[in-house]
Design a protein around this ligand. Structure first.
Ligand SMILES: NC(=O)c1ccc[n+]([C@@H]2O[C@H](COP(=O)([O-])OP(=O)(O)OC[C@H]3O[C@@H](n4cnc5c(N)ncnc54)[C@H](OP(=O)(O)O)[C@@H]3O)[C@@H](O)[C@H]2O)c1
Length: 269
């Protein structure tokens, strides 16, 4: 039987909205959901888009819902938890998306309530997220199943130890931006080489999509796939030589380290 726990979503911005739309696509009924936003201006739009109940009061939104998804920015977690004091019970599950904020922060304010920390990414918008989830102190297998059901509505889910979540944040949480930056740079370079913008965009976007499929749909490693494109003395070899010589790998490593460090800072408040 398909597990479809009822869900409250507190904070319906980029990630919260992607989740809500994913849940509706996956078969959740609008009546299974309750949404909480901060700006009154969002109420009507979201109600129209989702047909779910939308309100401004987090305490009302969480009432009777099996899973409470917290999808506000890390800096908003403190005030939100203060306003939720006493309104979430141990039969409910808190599923937090906040980058860098440990389960312990939630557990210290929500007496005995099970907490799962998750790190999705924006391909959730098209059902192609990869999400890491980590168990908290009071989490049992039944809670992980519920979390997996909810997160599975927007893509793949893997259970990891919480100590790995900041690294995941820096790799897949932030990762789409690295790919988009590469796509932007490649498009501009294509235009400089004489391609019209629309042609450049089509060829870059489809190249990223096709390369992504090769990574996920074949057993070959990135370096094996790269070798397939690279003939000795050829065009790819000339391009890759420049990228390697100018420190592409070290740059990526530094960028990921900076993102992981920032995640740890956000968690420290
Ligand atoms: N975007 C990503 O790629 C990504 C990936 C993985 C994880 N995350 C995590 O997901 C969380 C949400 O990120 P996001 O990108 O979706 O941010 P976002 O677009 O800023 O959405 C957060 C929303 O929460 C609302 N909010 C803040 N406090 C609230 C409260 N007390 N009650 C109700 N709504 C409240 C904000 O309202 P206002 O509009 O009034 O500010 C905003 O609409 C963050 O913790 C982030 O670390 C994001």
């Amino acid at each position: 039987m398909t597990l479809r726990p009822s869900v409250a979503v507190i904070g319906v911005g980029a990630m919260g909205q992607a989740l809500v739309l994913g849940l509706l696509r996956a078969g959740w009924e609008p009546s299974d959901l309750s949404l909480c936003v901060r700006r009154p201006g969002r109420l009507e739009d979201l109600a129209r888009l989702t047909a779910a109940s939308v309100g401004l009061d987090p305490r009302a939104a969480v009432e009777g819902k099996e899973v409470v998804v917290i999808s506000v920015k890390p800096r908003d977690i403190g005030p939100l938890l203060a306003s939720l004091a006493g309104s979430i019970n141990r039969d409910q599950l808190v599923l937090t998306f906040a980058a860098g904020v440990p389960t312990g922060v939630f557990e210290s304010q929500l007496d005995g309530v099970p907490v799962v920390r998750a790190m999705p990414n924006t391909p959730a918008l098209v059902g192609q997220a990869v999400t890491a989830m980590a168990a908290g102190l009071h989490t049992h297998p039944v809670h992980l199943e519920k979390a997996r059901a909810v997160l599975g509505a927007v893509g793949d889910v893997q259970l990891l130890d919480e100590s790995l979540l900041d690294a995941v944040t820096a790799v897949s949480g932030t990762g789409p931006a690295y790919v988009f930056l590469l796509a932007e740079a490649l498009t501009e370079a294509a235009i400089r080489e004489g391609l019209p913008r629309d042609v450049a965009e089509t060829f870059v976007n489809q190249t990223v999509r096709g390369a992504g499929h090769l990574l996920t749909d074949t057993p070959l490693s990135p370096s094996e796939l790269r070798a397939q494109v690279t003939s000795p003395g050829g065009t790819t070899a000339a391009a890759v030589h420049i990228l390697e010589e100018r420190g592409f790998r070290a740059l990526v490593e530094d960028a990921v380290r900076a993102a992981a460090q920032r995640a740890r800072e956000l968690g420290a408040g």
